[in-house]
Design a protein around this ligand. Sequence first.
Ligand SMILES: *Cc1c(COP(=O)(O)O)cnc(C)c1O
Length: 384
Amino acid sequence: MSSKNWSPRSLAAQAMGKIDPTTKGVVPPIHISTTYIRDEDNGYSGGFVYGRPDNETTREAESVLAMLEQAKAGALLFGSGMAAATAVFQALSPGDHVVASKVMYWALRSWLLTEATRWGLVIDFVETDDLAALAAAVKPGKTKLVWAETPSNPLWTITDIAAAAEIAHKAGAKLAVDSTCASPVHTRPLQLGADIVMHAATKVLNGHSDVVAGALCAREDDEFWNRIKTVRKGQGGILGPFEAYLLMRGMRTLHVRQERQSASAMTLAQKLSAHPLVARVLYPGLPQHPGHDIAARQMEGGFGYMLSVQVVGGEAAAVKAAAHVELYKRATSLGGVESLIEHRASIEGAGSPCPPDLLRLSTGIEDIEDLYADLDQALKAGHA
Ligand SMILES: *Cc1c(COP(=O)(O)O)cnc(C)c1O
């Protein structure tokens, strides 16, 4: 690679600029072999042994993400966001104490409450956007991990990453950040003091709703990161080469997609705030959002592609409005080029902090006028 300091945008657009040495193709081939020839002396001079621990295409995608997150210790790709997140908890030991965000991706909260406790982890959930509550929850010497999701799904609360890192480190714990909804375009948690950053790469990193993938990036190549590597290798959680290729192709356009999506989300948040059938808009880009000041400090170039609205008329009106969208797709997931709408409370079930009148909106790259017009007509239909 050149010694010039090309920007992340330039490096991502070219997936690090690697040229295939055999054909000089500007898109490297997908490496699909699961096994590799041993040398006459039984060694592996190619550096690869077997497909479960390692794959060249997966490594290439990892190098793009490590560059985007400025992750000194590198990145690891997994078969899903959940596989990546759970690997962090599985790298802990029985009896370790964990503090995690109360508002977070619901499937991970559910896994922590059921599976992780069976493995002997002791978990407290707090509002990590409340630094006093976080400081009161960590137990010096006992707490080994603080897990914060920011902006957090589906209320988009903002945790101050630098302050949370200081609290975690003072107690002798690591800070891991689920940065799926910020993406490295807007926030680089490792630069703010976090130790691990996690992504559901299924979402905006890939961006086309056609790959399930997860990622972890680390600041330090320390014992904890090596434990995580051992977990992925042993449990076989590596992302396959075809998915890694698609993810890498997605990341080439990450900046342009993310900028468009965040700009549209901001416009929608502003317009919907003035809509008579919207009781409240939850979006960190709005000055009235409780996390706005911190978001303005720790997010760069936008506030992300996710927002939620609370609908006048409560749950019934919200569900009915979602039933009437035409351009928006009524589906779960987020971060793709197509806009999605979902009534979250009915998915998340009991124990969810999600209000029943809330609709979650993932903003795609469609025409902003069309997106607003579709929501406007759906909200009106929801009230008819
Ligand atoms: C989707 C998502 C996950 C889980 O990722 P999968 O790829 O679906 O396993 C974790 N965190 C957040 C914030 C997500 O949106």
